[in-house]
Design a protein around this ligand. Structure first.
Ligand code: ADP
Ligand code: MG
Length: 575
């Protein structure tokens, strides 16, 4: 279909908005155009986090010579014509907004040769000015190069996260599209180095092996896609990881709705529910979930970035996802694990001396899962909002520590409190450049996905500063020789991937130092559900007293609640 301007009554119905927020959004729009063009090969090259340069090349149908300029006009599209088409959108793009929006904030060059044309052509748009198009040799397909993104929008440029974060977002994006379209060969190169690639063989498991790791992909369970037998019934296919391959965050759960990568909290919740009882608390699965629905049952014209969709019958989609995943998980895990403590307690007998979780010296207790030393008590670390000395009374619901203070009673959230303690400890070790490392007797060989490899390349120093001793070993594998002492005792490879996951995700923190500290705190802090001895609870209270900001966890949630004497008296009607 030729590119045409949409009639105003159609364009006015389009959920217009900012589509170019960051480099990854440019790559998303360009890759979607390549997919819509029927490409079987798409390569993405980026430099300098994409801000400097991004190039997406495909072997798709190409843009006809006569339509090159039109492609850059707002609401010019070859994909829909009238507003009825908006009800059943079969292509990834449809608004005719992406190319003009990109050209408004960057310099763009489009080289294309359309099917059946003898030569290619090139059109440059520099700082919003469209140049003259010229004939140029090219193979069939389209290459769009984007340079100097946001040079004319300094405010936006300022808000971009570090280049490593932008690179990692682009990497995520390309890998997600590769999983949505296993029949397309994708290739990503970052600063001239070849990164992720997929073969285009059509085998989702093969793509999953390139995205995660071979061992994970081999263990993944195939969802038997229930066809759209009953009209309007969603079909749910894809691959899900076994509960044993759990992750620290939700970043490995991806959804595709009619092959569009979407974010949807409700669907995420459906998957988490399906794993409930099979997976430890606050752990998340790996899942690639492919949902197919009649086009009319999903509204993609809802979010400007098209990253969120609306379902006509959300609850039907929710239960289809939940049921299909649950069935697959149950079938493959005959003995559900109903453990609630997510860090196994070290088996030091009752006769062992002193608290096991907070030994005075870091290396004494060899296998305590969350072994911790007290934060150093340099004057700088004196509490700001001093806590009174607390007398621990006992534990409530394996989650809270009840204590008595000079003015009433305190209930401490053991996880939040320990997160605060570990967080401050890592921040202070990092400041002093003295991470406590637990060397591994036997180095662990860890295979890492491209996102994690990129992160190690970009943030190697930071990661080493945490006490993760990692060496490249070739072919996407790494030798892990040591882990932060704070995480000693657990599975070292798991600790590394968890920490990398949290680092990449940010955990809500902007600065890399805080992200780093949080990644250790998140993985290493004792959990709710863990029974603590009186000594351990007393030690926790003491360490909390020494924190600078003892009253909140790193995310600002309270570590404790206080029931003052006067409050108690009031409640009991004694005053
Ligand atoms: P939309 O994708 O919403 O139609 P875009 O601004 O992204 O809008 O693209 C405008 C038009 O340019 C598309 O409709 C398509 O005809 C053409 N086009 C863009 N990229 C490509 C490509 N890689 N291959 C072929 N045609 C393309
Ligand atoms: Mg488009």
């Amino acid at each position: 279909m030729p590119i045409r301007l949409l009639a105003p009554e159609v364009s006015s119905k389009i959920a217009a908005g900012e589509v170019v927020e960051r480099p990854a959004s440019v790559v998303k729009e360009l890759v979607e155009n390549s997919v819509d063009a029927g490409a079987t090969r798409i390569s993405v090259d980026i430099e300098g986090g994409g801000v400097e340069h991004m190039r997406v090349s495909d072997n798709g149908c190409g843009v006809p010579f006569d339509e090159l300029e039109l492609a850059f006009q707002r609401f010019a599209t070859s994909k829909i014509t009238d507003s009825g088409d908006l009800d059943a959108i079969a292509t990834l793009g449809f608004r005719g907004e992406a190319l003009p929006s990109i050209a408004a904030v960057a310099s763009v060059t489009l080289v294309s040769r359309s099917r059946g044309e003898e030569s290619g052509a090139r059109l440059d748009i520099v700082e919003g000015v469209t140049g003259k198009k010229e004939r140029q040799g090219a193979s069939q397909g389209t290459t769009v190069s984007v340079r100097q993104l946001f040079r004319n929008v300094p405010a936006r440029r300022k808000f971009l996260r570090s280049l490593a974060t932008e690179t990692s977002r682009i990497n995520t994006l390309v890998t997600r599209y590769a999983m949505a379209y296993p029949e397309i060969a994708f290739e990503l190169s970052v600063d001239g180095r070849r990164g992720f690639s997929s073969s285009g063989s059509g085998d989702l498991r093969e793509v999953a092996a390139a995205v995660y790791k071979l061992q994970t992909a081999e263990a993944m369970i195939e969802l038997a896609p229930g066809g759209m037998g009953v009209e309007g019934e969603p079909s749910v296919g894809g691959l899900i990881g076994p509960p044993s391959h759990d992750r620290a965050n939700r970043s490995c759960v991806s959804f595709f709705v009619n092959r569009r990568w979407v974010q949807n909290r409700v669907l995420g919740f459906a998957v988490e529910q399906a794993y409930h009882g099979f997976m430890k608390e606050r752990r998340y699965p790996i899942a690639v979930i492919d949902i197919k629905l009649p086009l009319g049952d999903v509204d993609v014209n809802f979010h400007p970035g098209k990253a969120e969709v609306r379902f006509r019958a959300e609850s039907a989609v929710f239960s289809a996802v939940q049921r299909t995943v649950r069935e697959a998980v149950t079938l493959h895990s005959p003995v559900p694990e109903v453990s609630h403590a997510s860090i196994s307690r070290p088996h030091s007998g009752p006769a062992s001396t002193g608290p096991v979780f907070w030994p005075v010296e870091p290396f004494k207790s060899e296998h305590s899962a969350a072994s911790l030393t007290a934060p150093s008590t340099t004057p700088a670390l004196q509490p700001k909002k001093a806590l009174p000395a607390l007398r621990v009374l006992g534990q409530v619901q394996s989650a809270y520590v009840a204590a008595e203070g000079p003015d009433g009673m305190y209930l401490i959230d053991q996880h939040a409190a320990h997160e605060r303690v570990v967080f401050e400890r890592v921040m202070s070790e990092a400041r002093e450049r003295a991470p406590q490392v637990q060397s591994l007797l036997e180095p662990a060989l860890v295979e890492l996905g491209p996102e994690h490899r990129e992160l190690i390349r970009e943030q190697g120093e930071l990661i080493a500063g945490l006490g993760m001793v990692v060496e490249p070993f070739g072919d996407g594998t790494y030798l892990l020789r040591g882990v932060p002492a704070l995480l000693a005792g657990g599975d070292p490879a798991q600790a590394l991937t968890d920490v990398l996951d949290t680092l990449a995700d940010g955990g809500g923190f902007e600065s890399w130092d805080e992200r780093a500290a949080y990644s250790i705190a998140c993985h290493g802090a004792i959990r709710a559900g863990m029974t603590l001895s009186l000594d351990e609870m007393t030690e926790l209270a003491r360490q909390l007293e020494e924190c600078r900001e003892p009253n909140t966890c790193p995310h600002g949630r309270p570590t404790m609640i206080h029931l003052s004497s006067s409050h108690l008296e009031r409640e009991f009607g004694r005053t």
